[in-house]
Design a protein around this ligand. Sequence first.
Ligand code: SF4
Length: 158
Amino acid sequence: MGASCAKPVCKPLSGDFDDRYRPQRLFYPAGFAVYITLNRRKIMPAKVPHSSNVAGDFYVEDGCCTSCSMPFTVAPDLFESHPDGHCYVSKQPTIPAEVHRMTMAFEVQDVGCIRYKGQNRVIKILLIGKGEGDQIDHLDADLDLLNREVKADRWGLK
Ligand code: SF4
C-alpha cells in the first residue's frame, strides 16, 4: 500500500491506493527514453569539419580518416586529398548529378567521415533512404523517426 503521512496536507484526496501503480510511475522509463531521444543531438559532441573543406553544407569531419580514397571512385570532381591523405570536400554539389554523386560518396566511404549539416529536407530524405541518416548533423523529429524506421528496416528489425 502507499506510504502514509501523518500530516493532514499529505492525505490522498480520495481513498487509499497502491502508489506503485500511479500512471506517472509507469511512464518514467518511457519519459526518460524520450528525453534522451530529444536531447541526443545536444548531448553528442559537435563534429569538427576538416579545415580544407570548401564552405557549404557537405563536409568531411576532421581526424576521421583511414585514407580509404573511396570518394574519388564515385565523385572525383567533389573531393580532393590533403597531403596527409585526409580527403575533403573541394566542391559543393550544385546540380542534381553532383548531388547524386555526393550521396554515392556517403555510401562508399569507409568510416562515416562525410557529413551533411544543411537544412534541405530533400537531401536529408535522400540520405536517410540510402541508410546514411546518421551522417546528418541536424535531424528534425519526424526525420529522426524516419531514419530509425529505415535503419530498423535495413537491419531486419521489423
Ligand atoms: S572518406 Fe573518410 S576515410 Fe575515406 S579518405 Fe575521406 S576522410 Fe579518409
